[in-house]
Design a protein around this ligand. Structure first.
Ligand code: PHE
Length: 355
């Protein structure tokens, strides 16, 4: 028997007893490792006469090819056996009833986003989203907030690089820019999403949620803005009478600008939204500044409209009587099972937003 035949028969005897990945690895080393039997044979080639060398090399290559194929095949078999073993042992009986104490809940923030989306879709707004990581241009410059503008400092921005080109968006307003660059007017959108500012206490978290609204069309006025917000607030708080006032304010991207307060009173140490002699600020708004429209190539002589931005977490706290914002982001299951919502109760206007 030649050396190669010997190697072949030893290999065949051994591969049959290979059961695990570890066995296979050892076998591979024994034949193909640095000092492996096949590797050794290749080292003898140089000393052979040219005639013999040719035949021997061709036989050697054939064996090498054959043995590596067998190893590959074996590896495949072992893997398959492992998978079917796993499947056998990890079988789940899907017909078993669920464990009630493990039922998931919808987080109040998600619930409020769904509620707000339902309210605005009813009057023709569509929901648009944008990325959390924004360019400094979309977050500030395009929104008529130039480099040296004091509003930039007020936003306590998290910059992501030294040259301040990328940042975590400080508000949802940059999505106005994205949406208007993407399509042609009219625009009628709302944008829920995460926003970030370097700030943290009982009523501020470094990550919080905002909802942006934008309506641009021919002949849109401040009157439409007022009507739209009046409708929204009544639907959202599910009360018929609710006092609302516009207070003059300033944002670089709107002119004129206003902040909106709603009326409330305290009853049995609880906030009751609607009437009363106290005021609570809930959002910022205004008519979109012509410079913003210019930056997104919308003709401000033909088109104009309003924008607003509100804090979603704040609205959720007010509506559902939650008094510490930080609890929202602690992922405490006990808290969530108390304040969370049934996943099967999707908010709709006609059936009631929050049952
Ligand atoms: N982006 C503003 C903020 O975060 C809110 C706002 C949005 C004001 C749209 C006016 C118009 O404070």
């Amino acid at each position: 028997m030649s050396d190669l035949d010997k190697i072949n028969s030893i290999f065949n005897a051994k591969i049959d007893s290979v059961k695990t990945k570890e066995d296979l690895k050892n076998l591979k080393t024994e034949f193909f490792g640095k000092n492996g039997q096949i590797t050794q044979q290749f080292k003898t080639l140089g000393a052979l006469e040219p005639e013999k060398r040719k035949d021997f090399a061709s036989n050697l290559n054939k064996i090498k090819y054959d043995l590596s194929n067998q190893i590959e095949q074996k590896s495949f078999e072992i893997e398959n056996a492992e998978i079917s073993d796993k499947l056998k042992n990890e079988k789940v009986d899907v017909t078993l009833p669920i464990r009630p104490y493990q039922l998931g809940k919808i987080h109040p923030v998600s619930q409020v986003i769904d509620e707000i989306s339902a309210i605005f879709s009813e009057v023709g707004f569509t929901v648009v989203e944008g990325p959390d990581v924004e360019t400094e241009y979309n977050n500030f410059t395009a929104l008529n907030t130039p480099e040296d503008h004091p509003a930039r400092d007020m936003h306590d921005t998290f910059y992501l690089e030294k040259n301040k080109k990328l940042l975590l968006r400080t508000h949802t307003s940059p999505v106005q820019i994205r949406a208007m660059l993407d399509e042609k007017p009219p625009f009628k959108i709302i944008v829920p999403g995460r926003t970030y500012r370097c700030d943290s206490d009982q009523t501020h978290a470094p990550m919080f949620h905002q909802l942006e609204g934008l309506h641009i069309d021919k002949n849109i006025t401040m009157g439409h803005l007022k009507g739209c917000l009046d409708y929204f607030i009544k639907e959202f708080f599910e009360v018929k009478n609710i006092k609302m006032r516009f207070r003059p304010s300033h944002f670089p991207f709107t002119e004129p600008s206003a902040e909106v307060d709603i009326g409330y009173r305290i009853e049995n140490e609880k906030i009751v939204i609607g009437e009363g002699n106290k005021w609570l600020e809930i959002l910022g708004c205004g008519m979109v500044h012509p410079n913003v429209l210019k930056n997104v190539k919308v003709d401000s002589k033909k088109y104009q409209g309003f924008a607003f931005g509100m804090g979603i977490d704040r609205l959720a706290m007010l509506k559902y009587g939650i008094n510490d914002l930080r609890a929202f982001f602690e992922s405490d299951y006990r808290w969530l099972s108390h304040f969370g919502f049934d996943p099967l109760d999707v908010p709709t206007n006609y059936r009631g937003l929050s049952k």
